[in-house]
Write a protein that binds this ligand. Structure first.
Ligand code: SF4
Length: 454
């Protein structure tokens, strides 16, 4: 790979090389899988749907069920309306879901199919539902697709009744099923009744039973989605991914919301726990206090190895900022933070974080790609790389220790069962980071025939 100057790198506008993102429908499909009895439906050609399912299956190692409008040349010319009508009838006849969640693709967006009108004109069986969201993939990323699908469920289903249900609507953000289980554990410990939308635990992390379940046990119930209209408040985790959906619910059902960063690391988890305490008015249980204390103890233990180490972090905006924040808490320098997802707020939030910790010379980029990150690293090397699978080529080329966190991780296992959020998630991150740094130290000692330190 050539070594370009920063100016040359900044001037590259027309071409993306190794994008740190994927297309909107991947996120929409993932969000739809987090609703119980839901069959996601890709309104486009079969290839799109196959790609999105494959992408999710490779990360979660569980089947991602979805249907397609199966566009051919005819639909490209005359529109996909009749394909969608036939698809919805066939899906209810053959696969009997409770709800179909339709998302669009590049082709149907380019044709200009009016999904609102098409769905209104359809015959939908009694007690069943069809919802939709627009996910034009030539803008945004899978993160926006996830947001759009969650907002779509709210728009179609959430209704305000005369009485509050005294619950909190929890919007979890684009996180793994392991994170959603951790949210649930924390909410229960804090004794805050809630509805989480969506909830992919029990869907994308199912146990092996030897029997195929088209609609696994997990997922947010349709009645619960209707009932989010009666919640007393919303907690939106992830300023990029969840806040827009919280705003939709506020507008539609007059439910106030609090948007927080993903609870990754000490401070962000503290904020989440304090927000819950504000609602419960109860003491924070000792179980959580103890975990926090254990985490601080671990951070002190590994501090000699993490302090002053430069790290490059890439992936989804809320996840990257969460990991960067924890890296700063570990005394590390988040030299480069990069997301492929467009949105100027990412760079602003990163700069605020750098300023808060007195960091100078750190760089942040929204709508960036891994080629750019590689160029930055060539110009000034880092001690650690954190992100999804595709960064492993940079790590190998530059001989940098590498920790896989975020989405997608397609060449490792178990990650989707383990949380990054909460104090427990931070403990796991501390373990991964310190192990990677110490493994690298041991390996370089071996290569240089130096005595290994224990
Ligand atoms: S055509 Fe568009 S929607 Fe389909 S896979 Fe490609 S980017 Fe995604």
């Amino acid at each position: 790979m050539l070594n370009y100057t920063e100016k040359e790198v900044a001037n590259r506008k027309a071409l993306v090389i190794n994008p740190a993102k994927t297309c909107q429908p991947v996120g929409a499909m993932y969000a739809a899988l987090g609703v119980h009895g839901c069959l996601p439906h890709s309104h486009g050609s079969q290839g799109c749907c196959a790609f999105h399912r494959m992408f999710l299956t490779r990360h979660f190692k569980d089947p991602a069920m979805a249907a397609s409008s199966s566009f051919t040349e005819g639909a490209s010319v005359f529109g996909g309306g009749s394909n969608l009508k036939t698809a919805v009838k066939n899906i209810f006849d053959l696969y009997d879901p409770e709800i179909i969640a339709v998302h669009t693709t590049c082709l149907s967006e380019t044709i200009g199919d009016d999904l609102n009108a098409l769905i209104t004109d359809m015959t939908i069986p009694e007690g069943k539902y069809v919802v939709h969201c627009n996910t034009p993939s030539y803008k945004g990323s899978h993160v926006d697709g996830f947001t759009n699908m969650v907002s779509g469920f709210i728009r179609y289903l959430a209704k305000k009744g005369p009485e509050t249900n005294e619950k909190v609507c929890l919007l979890p953000g684009f996180v793994n099923p392991g994170d959603m289980r951790e949210y649930r554990r924390i909410m229960n410990l804090m004794k805050v009744p809630f509805i989480m939308l969506p909830d992919t635990s029990g869907v994308m992390d199912t146990p092996m039973t030897g029997k195929f379940e088209m609609y696994p046990k997990g997922g947010t119930l349709i009645n619960d989605i209707k009932d989010v209209g009666n919640c007393m408040a919303t907690i939106a985790l992830g300023l990029k991914v969840s806040e827009p959906s919280a705003a939709v619910l506020e507008k539609q059902c007059d439910i106030p919301y609090q948007a927080l960063p993903l609870p990754i690391g000490i401070e962000a988890t503290d904020k989440f726990v304090m927000a819950l305490q504000d609602i419960s008015k109860d003491e924070v249980p000792y179980a959580l206090e103890e975990e926090r204390g254990q985490l601080v103890d671990i951070m002190v233990d590994i501090h000699p190895y993490t302090f002053g180490k430069k790290v490059a972090i890439y992936g989804d905006p809320d996840t990257v900022l969460g990991i960067a924040s924890f890296a700063l808490e570990l005394g590390m320098i988040p030299k480069y933070v990069l997301t492929g997802t467009p949105g100027a707020a990412f760079e602003e939030r990163a700069r605020e974080l750098f300023e808060k910790f007195g960091m100078e010379g750190c760089m942040a980029k929204e709508a960036g790609d891994l080629y750019l990150l590689h160029q930055w690293i060539k110009n000034e090397k880092v001690d650690l790389l954190i992100g999804g699978t595709h960064g492993k080529f940079i790590a190998r080329a530059e001989d940098i220790p590498f920790v896989r966190m975020g989405f997608p991780i397609i060449d490792r296992y178990v990650h989707s069962y383990m949380p990054l959020v909460g104090y427990k998630g931070a403990m796991r991150m501390a373990e991964l980071v310190s192990n990677a740094l110490l493994d690298y130290r041991d390996r370089t000692c071996e290569e240089k025939d130096m005595e290994m330190v224990l």
